[in-house]
Structure formats: structure tokens, C-alpha cells
Ligand binder design. Structure first.
Ligand code: LLP
Length: 414
């Protein structure tokens, strides 16, 4: 594929130059049509049995996006009380929020308890703390099934090398702690990690969690977590994560479990990235080009403060070059160049030594698959205010869904 934005008509007929003329660069641009399609895909992962997909909002916490998620019928999981409050602001009722925190204080637990939001505890000491605060309550526990998967060690959240969840051998002590406080464990959840492109590791983890589920008597739900991948190498032809293959595998496992136990259980998942990643591109302006010791650089205003994934994990994001609002296709000639940002760090590189269409000063760069862990991980490092987010609506109109931060916003805390 030479151009993703052309192939999917990402800008829906709008000229990206008009968008940046109004909102500046850098700017996150979302496509509502793609977003809704992704949401519907995850909503339909399991069709034969009671199932609910929870959007993992750490991937993207824009209020407009949360409202669309709500409207499409997904539930949501939150990692912090800040995330819980944003979900409430978007209109999510307590029974559609699942609080899955790690190492939280009494105050945070109390907030969720008072609101009647189901909490998942991810250690015996947190369960103990929860039990002291809310004896007799209903809750869930996060299990570490000993299987992990993901695109980098930093995002593998289960297995033998992570801080998350309770390992299987500690379940008797966990149940004892629950009994002591008269807690009813109504759910178990897991999240093995982020970004796998084949269903196998997920299905292995589902199998394992279903086996572990036999150790709990009062289960009402089993939540298998998120992690479904999205192809970050689209321009090289990488194919989408095959949801149908996942459906086939998972429905077989769930069918066997129900036949064996006769239990009425709600099954859940927690996808974040899959829902939002490719519904957004990040546009930035090229302000300088140069050669340093035989290496070419295109200097843009997309710093690591705006998109940290390449710097933090060495993650790959496809990059397109736009001139006069239209993609410059690789077939017009390429060269090897590093696309960098405007932050005072040598790791401030969006795309390192990439073969790209020849970039000129004044071009726009369009970073693909920026919707997940893009804006949500932004920072105002180097005192650069965070960018705006805009959405191209289904009718083709463009609306601002978060204004750009200003210098005044930055100094308001002093
Ligand atoms: N549920 C739990 C408990 C999680 O910890 C996560 C992600 C998810 C669901 C959603 O995972 P997803 O479907 O998005 O893979 N910042 C990293 C990803 C960190 C993921 C942390 N946990 C990145 O940019 O790749």
C-alpha cells in the first residue's frame, strides 16, 4: 500500500492543510467512521455467549471518544480515579465501569466503593485493604496466569516478570483473605499484555483462566483482558488482526467451559489499542531539513512530548509525507531520512533512518496509527503545550474535540 490515508479516504475529502490552518500543528486527527467500525468489531468478538467488551480508556481518554464508545454500547475499564471520573463525565453509569487499578490508596478505593463501581484487586495486600474498607462487598481479583505477550517487555503485563496480579499458587491465601472480610469474589480478570497479532497467546491465556475459574465459587464474570493488535506496518502490507479467527477460537473454549460447568457467566474483554489506534493520524510540519555527518534529518514539530511511543519503546509508526495536502507517493522517489521532533533529547526521533519520499521543508508529515497511547501519553516537556485533537465526523465535517493547551494553561498551577 503506497498511502493509507488515500486507501481509506482518511480525510473524507478535507484538505489536511485546511485542518492545520485552523488548528495548527502538531494536531491529532481522528476519523469517526473508522473508530465506530473498530468499536463494532470488538463488540462482536463473542456472539454465542453473554459477552461485553470494555474499552480500556488508558489508550485514549478524549471525552468525545468516550461518548462514542458509550453510545456504541461498550463498557469501559479504568486504571485510576481520574479515568473513572472522566468516564462518569462522559455519561457511563457505575455498572458500566470496571476499576482495575494497581497499588492504590484508601481514598481511591473509597471513591469507587461509594459509587458502587466494581473494583478488581491485584494483590492480596490490596484485597486486604479493600476488605477493611468495605467488608462484605463484591469485588474482582486480577490473576496472573503465568503467560504474557506483547510488543516490548514494558507492555507485557503477565507472566513471571511483572508487578501485576496474583499468581495461581497464592489463590488459597487470596480466598482466605476474602473469607476473613466476607468479600464475594464475583469476577476474575487478566491482561496478558499489549499488541499481539495472532490469537494464539490470547487463546492460551483464556484456556488457562477458564481452568483457574474453577477455583472460585461465586463468579459472575470472567474478563480476559485486551491486547488485540493493530498493524503498525500497513505501508509494508501488514494485515489486520483477524478478529474472526479469535471469535472462532474463543467461542469453542467458552462453549466447552459452559458445557462442563453449567455456569451462567458474563465473559468480558478489555481492548484499548485495537479500538482507537488506526482511527487517528498525527500531523506535523517540517521546519528544517539537514544532513549531519552523511545522515539526513527532517525536523518537525512532532516531539516525543506529543508521541512518546517511538522514544519509549522503539515503536514503529508508519509515516506519510503530504505536500499541498496530498500524499507524496514513494513511487516518486525515496531517500533514507530520520524524522525528528523539536525536543532537547537525542532520542526525540519519530522514524529512524526510514526510506521515505524525499521530504522538503514546509511538507506535512502524517504519522499513522497514533490514536492509541498517543495523546494519552503526551506531556508538556520542554514547556511545549499539548496539541489539539480534531475529529472528522461521519458527515465529513471537522470538529475540535480538545483544544490545544496554551502557555496560560501551563502556568496555571504555579
Ligand atoms: N486491560 C489492562 C488491565 C491493561 O493493563 C491494558 C493495557 C489494557 C487492558 C489494554 O491493552 P491494549 O488492548 O490497549 O493492548 N503504552 C503502551 C501500552 C501499555 C498497555 C498497558 N495496559 C503502548 O503504547 O504500546
Amino acid at each position: 500500500m503506497e498511502s493509507f490515508v488515500n486507501e481509506v479516504n482518511f480525510f473524507e475529502g478535507n484538505n489536511p492543510e485546511d485542518i492545520v490552518a485552523q488548528y495548527g500543528t502538531p494536531v491529532y486527527v481522528y476519523n469517526e467512521r473508522i473508530l465506530r467500525k473498530r468499536i463494532r468489531n470488538v463488540a462482536g468478538v463473542v456472539k454465542k455467549f453473554p459477552y461485553k467488551a470494555n474499552f480500556s480508556m488508558k489508550a485514549n481518554s478524549n471525552l468525545t471518544i468516550l461518548k462514542i464508545v458509550l453510545e456504541e454500547g461498550l463498557n469501559a475499564d479504568a486504571m485510576s480515579i481520574g479515568e473513572v471520573k472522566l468516564l462518569e463525565l462522559a455519561g457511563f453509569p457505575a455498572d458500566r465501569i470496571f476499576f482495575v487499578p494497581n497499588n492504590v490508596s484508601d481514598d481511591e478505593l473509597k471513591y469507587a466503593i461509594d459509587k458502587g463501581i466494581t473494583v478488581s484487586l491485584d494483590s492480596i495486600s490490596q484485597l486486604e485493604r479493600f476488605g477493611r474498607l468495605s467488608p462484605g462487598a463484591r469485588c474482582a481479583v486480577r490473576i496472573n496466569p503465568g503467560i504474557g505477550a506483547g510488543h516490548s517487555d514494558s507492555v507485557v503485563t503477565a507472566g513471571k516478570n511483572t508487578k501485576f496480579a496474583v499468581e495461581e499458587k497464592d489463590i488459597p491465601e487470596l480466598l482466605e483473605t476474602a473469607r476473613k472480610h466476607n468479600l464475594k469474589i464475583v469476577g476474575i480478570n487478566q491482561h496478558i499484555g499489549s499488541l499481539f497479532m495472532a490469537p494464539d497467546p490470547y487463546l492460551a491465556a483464556v484456556t488457562n483462566l477458564l481452568r483457574i475459574a474453577h477455583k472460585f465459587d461465586d463468579l459472575e464474570f470472567i474478563d480476559f483482558g485486551g491486547g488485540f493488535g493493530t498493524p503498525y506496518h500497513k505501508l509494508a502490507g501488514e494485515q489486520e488482526f483477524d478478529i474472526n479467527l479469535l471469535t472462532e477460537g474463543i467461542e469453542k473454549l467458552l462453549g466447552d467451559f459452559i458445557a462442563e460447568t453449567g455456569k451462567q457467566i458474563l465473559f468480558k474483554s478489555e481492548p484499548g489499542r485495537y479500538v482507537v489506534a488506526d482511527s487517528s493520524v498525527l500531523l506535523g510540519r517540517v521546519y528544517a531539513t539537514k544532513e549531519n555527518y552523511d545522515k539526513k534529518y527532517a525536523g518537525t514539530d512532532i516531539g516525543q512530548n506529543v508521541l512518546v511511543r517511538p522514544t519509549l519503546y522503539g515503536s514503529w509508526h508508519d509515516v506519510e509525507v503530504l505536500r499541498d495536502g496530498k500524499p507524496v507517493l514513494p513511487s516518486s522517489g525515496t531517500e533514507v531520512v530520520s524524522v525528528t521532533g523539536n525536543i532537547c533529547e537525542s532520542g526525540d526521533i519519530i522514524a529512524k533512518e526510514r526510506e521515505l519520499p524525499v521530504i522538503k521543508e514546509g511538507d506535512l508529515v502524517c504519522v499513522l496509527d497514533a490514536g492509541a497511547y498517543g495523546y494519552s501519553m503526551c506531556s508538556p516537556y520542554n514547556s511545549r503545550p499539548r496539541p489539539a485533537e480534531v475529529m472528522i465526523c461521519e458527515d465529513g465535517s471537522v470538529k475540535c474535540i480538545r483544544r490545544a493547551e496554551t502557555f496560560e494553561d501551563l502556568i496555571r498551577l504555579f
